[in-house]
Write a new protein. Structure first.
Ligand SMILES: [Zn+2]
Length: 92
């Protein structure tokens, strides 16, 4: 499920939509998957539920990340991400 689209417009809430927990503003890392692209965003301002960890983004933040996704090849840094298939994990 794409949470970026899902959480748009709910940003004004002071309480978590799911668990009614307290929401705090902080900068987070966010992994965004778009098609077969995976982009790691850093220092993203977000509203995060203290209780369940649900993350909410303001519409302008979503817009900025969408823009970043389109310009992923211009990123200054890249990281290697381990890829593990379930089949490997259950191999005996
Ligand atoms: Zn919550």
């Amino acid at each position: 499920m794409d949470r970026l689209a899902d959480t748009e417009g709910r940003i004004a809430m002071k309480r978590c939509y799911f668990c009614k927990g307290e929401i705090v503003t902080k900068e987070i890392r966010h992994i965004h998957q778009w098609g077969d692209k995976i982009i790691l965003f850093e220092g993203i301002p977000a509203e995060v539920c203290r209780q369940c960890g649900e993350v909410y983004f303001a519409p302008d933040i979503v817009e900025a990340m969408d823009k970043g996704t389109m310009q992923a090849e211009k990123a200054k840094e890249s990281v290697k991400i381990p890829v593990i298939s379930y089949r490997e994990l259950v191999k005996t």
